[in-house]
Design a protein around this ligand. Sequence first.
Ligand code: BES
Ligand code: MN
Ligand code: ZN
Length: 509
Amino acid sequence: MTALTLSTAAVSGLRADAIVVGVAKGAKGPVVAPGAEAVDKAYDGALAGILETLGASGGEGEVTKLPAPTGFKAPVVVAVGLGAVPDKDDTYSAEALRRAAGAAARALAGAKKAVFALPITDAADAGVLAEGAALGAYAFDAYKENGKNGKDAKNGKAPLAEVTLLGGKPRDAAYKAALTRATAVTEELNRARDLINTPPNDLYPEAFAAVATAAGKEHGIKVQVLDEKALAKGGYGGILGVGAGSAAAPRLVKLSYTSPKATKHLAFVGKGITYDSGGISLKPAGHNETMKCDMSGAAAVFAAVVAAARLGLEVNVTGWLALAENMPSGSATRPGDVLRMYSGKTVEVLNTDAEGRLVLADALWKASEEKPDAIIDVATLTGAMVLALGNRTFGVMANDDAFRTAIVEAAEEVGEESWPMPLPEHLRKGMDSPTADIANMGERMGGGLVAGLFLKEFVGEGITWAHLDIAGPAFNESGPFGYTPKGGTGSAVRTLVRLAELTAAGDLG
Ligand code: BES
Ligand code: MN
Ligand code: ZN
């Protein structure tokens, strides 16, 4: 957890391991970004030239280290690339600031304290810089020798512990609120990353439920856990069917955050497959090594509900975590089995690897019973969505076009890439089953949309619903970039928090 503060002190006198400045890509070479005027002055106005000599261009994410000017209490200046200089009269975009702060924080892993002299024109800028810094200063080292966040891990460096943002108005209420928000959102988002990165032998449904119960106590959120007995009694055939092959029994967790001032109620539903082997329709080697990430939707929902509670948003938010482990065994659901779902519908399981829609179906129907103003589910649902949109963009489907648009816009506002996807009715017949009401698989083409159409049938009549397929961006298998680490990313957390904020403000639905 990174401590975030604001300061307007003179940069030369600040004790820190490094001073971070911004450098942008200008038409004629690198340009020092606003916020670093005093630093540049201490180099006699030669900072841009020095950076150019060192080969810096100002390209996004580029990091250049140089000795600090004489007289500075900090030994090093770190110049981080912001990308292109903004057009005249314009300022750096929120996402450019977030990414630069994240890249700088990552480059400073192992250091204790840094001062960020980056562009701040308003409270929102301070907020996104804080977000980027806290999200970049992340490491998952719980399983490293001598590891634990904050300590010196023998294997790997501890994340940057303290960031002071230079500039802005530290005593201004808007600035304070921006930092408070950034702290709550990033701490919960990083906790979601921890859950995603935790190996599946330790994070099984019961363990995840225990984490939720503990967090509920800490933040005044009511948490109810349905164990396998309660699920059987309640007729949750989807969740039980998916969990049937595992030695670790499934759970359905309900988190209820309520505000006395709320007039609206949002329900978030997360796919929480703590490990997806594919079940009897076993995934081949090469497709199962990262499948601990298949609970990323549930992790995002959990983090968003806790963040909403910490921020005291004036909206009621219910989070549903549909937790199961998808394993093959003598007790596992077979391709050909028919499940009776919580809604009463029957599903012929043609492929046990299409398990996410089965657990979500039960949770969506349960969530619908409370008649929330809207339901948003989040799931690492299909490989087809990854093929369609790549590794950094999640797909958004909905039973309401305006709602889908609002979600894509909210995501963009908080720096998450998403794209609207359709739910073409003609794909429904591919899921017709000779035996049951519906099959859990349809046409291969448009597989992400087929999955969305399946879910749609388990949303209560008249309820506004959207489905976020985060299979691409949930888990970063390539190198880190900006504020995004390798491994669990915390995809959709910021979008869900934003949607809760918009609903509280009466600006959504
Ligand atoms: N968890 C997977 C989807 C996935 C793929 C997530 C890649 C993250 C990265 C899901 O349960 C799955 O196996 N989906 C199948 C569905 C198919 C059998 C209809 C898929 O996409 O292949
Ligand atoms: Mn699967
Ligand atoms: Zn899955």
